[in-house]
Design a protein around this ligand. Structure first.
Ligand code: 13P
Length: 257
């Protein structure tokens, strides 16, 4: 079963609603021709509904950058997966910036993943090691533990809706990126094989796994040529229409067979 590539732009804390709509109105006609790739933007919460409206019927998808697991309640500042249901297709959870600054834990990532799936949405579960862990040779063990914890209790039939993004923390926003071969090796051993151990070979073979961390038009082809990499979770380069379109086009050409 061929895996459809997925390129997602994580805008982080960038763009007002007006800027976000102008961006996707420029993006959508140019990205329309690359329909063999799932093309997704993840604006800040404030711009989500406007972007969802602007992208209706374009074939492009929308992601939220987080979701609370409870449907509603006394959780000041939070937005629930249930509230996002009619506006987004995907929800990014477990991002290293949320783990570092917002107290995101493996346990909460797991709760969020279950709530997202229960509301008919698709989690993009971000995992990845720090520079210190990488240098200590702990990458595979650590990423394996993040993947196992995030998926705890998730039913095999829900796994078709799960995307995992491997983002080494030392590569995020730094201009340093893992080589295609190294990223592919970690994605294979720490993510795909872990899912294979938990769910069997067929589920592992169907799982879509992105690489993230300083992805640019200049290194995208190297990632897309790897057997285990099915796309990218992109920060900085997703804020520029030309660069983001170039990434989509490279992904489209790489898997166009
Ligand atoms: P950069 O592409 O800016 O390195 O960010 C990656 C990222 O964190 C995407 O979630």
């Amino acid at each position: 079963m061929a895996r459809t590539p997925i390129i997602a732009g994580n805008w982080k804390m960038n763009k007002t609603p007006a800027e976000a709509v102008a961006f996707v109105e420029a993006l959508a006609p140019r990205a329309a021709q690359f329909a063999n790739v799932d093309r997704v933007v993840a604006p800040p919460f404030l711009a989500l509904t406007a972007v969802a409206d602007a992208l209706a019927d374009t074939g492009l998808g929308v992601a939220a950058q987080d979701a609370h697991w409870e449907p509603s309640g006394a959780f000041t500042s939070q937005v629930s997966a249930a509230m996002l249901q009619n506006y987004v297709d995907y929800v990014i959870i477990g991002h290293s910036e949320c783990r570092a600054y917002l107290n995101e834990t493996d346990e909460n990532v797991n709760r969020k993943a279950k709530a997202i799936l229960a509301n008919g949405l698709k989690p993009i579960i971000a995992v990845g090691e720090s520079l210190a862990q990488n240098e200590a040779g702990e990458t595979v063990e650590f990423v394996r533990s993040q993947v196992s914890a995030a998926l705890d209790g998730i039913a095999p039939e829900d796994m078709a809706d799960v995307v995992v993004a491997y983002e080494p923390i030392w590569a995020i926003g730094t201009g340093k990126s893992a080589s295609g071969a190294i990223a592919d090796d970690i994605i294979k051993t720490a993510v795909r094989d872990t899912v294979g151990d938990l769910y069997g070979a067929a589920v592992a073979a169907g799982l879509r796994i992105q690489y993230g961390g300083s992805v640019k038009p200049g290194n995208m082809a190297e990632y897309m040529s790897q057997p285990n990499i099915d796309g990218a979770l992109v920060g900085g380069a997703s804020l520029d229409v030309d660069d983001f379109c170039a990434l989509i086009e490279i992904a489209s050409n790489a898997k166009d067979n």
